[in-house]
Design a protein around this ligand. Structure first.
Ligand code: PMP
Length: 307
């Protein structure tokens, strides 16, 4: 088995992995202005099919991200959906997969410095990524000493690659201190999100999550979880959240494309609720897995079939 797929997709065509090179001097400034997406495809329960979760929403966000950083991406959402399916089929993918499209600054050095001459270039690759849902994964987290970027520093609501330096520093700190995850507070000391996932807590039977002006990514999984919880009859509240509310919560979990649903059972050495994954987290986790596997007709519209 090769460690990488045979093809990746670049600027409108499939190219052999080995041929997808750039010049060394394009490092740094070409990438600092990039935006990207993280998308997942899941096999169906019978193992025969493959579906991409909320692909149009991800590609719309890629277009929004490009627009906000002034990269002139010429592809429509439908084009981008078509390219994704083409790539997965070309590599004959039949396993849970993470898909990574990146729009970066192309052109030459002179063109990069003026927004009126920016050239967008794009590639898309994927790698195997097995779901961890319903495996009992639970994290211990710390509230980071780093502050989450705010909207007038860098745009947190989009997947601007430079934003991720902030989360990376928080993650490094958490890991070196013996935790699994970081939770970032915004400049006003209110809870924002984790480095690569949004945060939800359950308290007094309500699902509470920082609102979209709390310096969070405009998360597609967060939106899905809000829909699912509402459909289950759970009241969802989007508002600012204090740090100490986390310590008193009955349940806390992270949600995102990579994080899927990840239970947080301890924060800053406070056990959350019983110190084990709670019932609401567990119910949402099972529901999401059944949707990913194509077993829930009510949410079939969230899946784009590849096969
Ligand atoms: N916040 C950040 C900073 C992220 O990188 C991600 C992952 N894309 C999320 C939240 C979750 O967003 P989504 O559900 O759209 O993957």
């Amino acid at each position: 088995m090769t460690a990488h797929p045979e093809y990746l997709w670049r600027n409108g065509e499939l190219v052999k992995w080995e041929d997808a090179t750039i010049h060394l001097t394009d490092l740094a400034w070409g990438a600092v202005g990039a935006v990207f997406e993280g998308i997942r495809a899941y096999t169906t329960a019978d193992g025969q099919g493959l579906n991409v979760f909320r692909l149009p929403e991800h590609m719309q966000r890629l277009r929004d991200s490009s627009r906000l950083v002034r990269l002139p991406l010429s592809y429509s959402v439908d084009d981008l959906i078509g390219f994704t399916i083409e790539l997965l089929r070309a590599n004959n993918v039949h396993e849970d997969t993470y898909i990574f499209p990146l729009v970066h600054i192309g052109g030459d050095h002179a063109q990069r410095n003026d927004p009126r001459s920016l050239v967008a270039a794009m590639y898309m690759r994927h790698n195997p990524s097995v779901t961890h849902l319903c495996t009992g994964l639970a994290h211990h987290a710390r509230v980071s000493s780093w502050t989450r970027i705010s909207d007038n520093v860098m745009p947190p609501r989009i997947k601007n690659i430079s934003n991720y330096r902030n989360g990376q520093l928080a993650n490094y700190e958490a890991k070196l201190d013996g935790y699994d995850s970081a939770i970032l507070l915004g400049p006003q000391g209110k809870v924002s999100e984790a480095p690569g996932a949004c945060l939800m807590m359950v308290r007094h039977g309500k699902l509470i999550t920082p609102d979209t002006t709390s310096g969070i990514l405009d998360s597609i999984t967060r939106n899905a979880v809000i829909t699912l919880a509402t459909d289950l009859g759970i009241e969802v509240v989007e508002r600012t959240v204090d740090r100490t509310e986390l310590y008193l919560a009955d349940e806390v979990f992270l949600c995102g494309t990579a994080a899927e649903i990840t239970s947080i059972t301890q924060i800053d050495h406070f056990a959350i609720g019983s110190g084990e994954m709670g019932p609401v987290t567990s119910q949402l986790e099972s529901l999401l897995l059944s949707i990913f596997r194509g077993e829930n007709a009510d949410y079939a519209h969230w899946l784009t079939p590849v096969y």
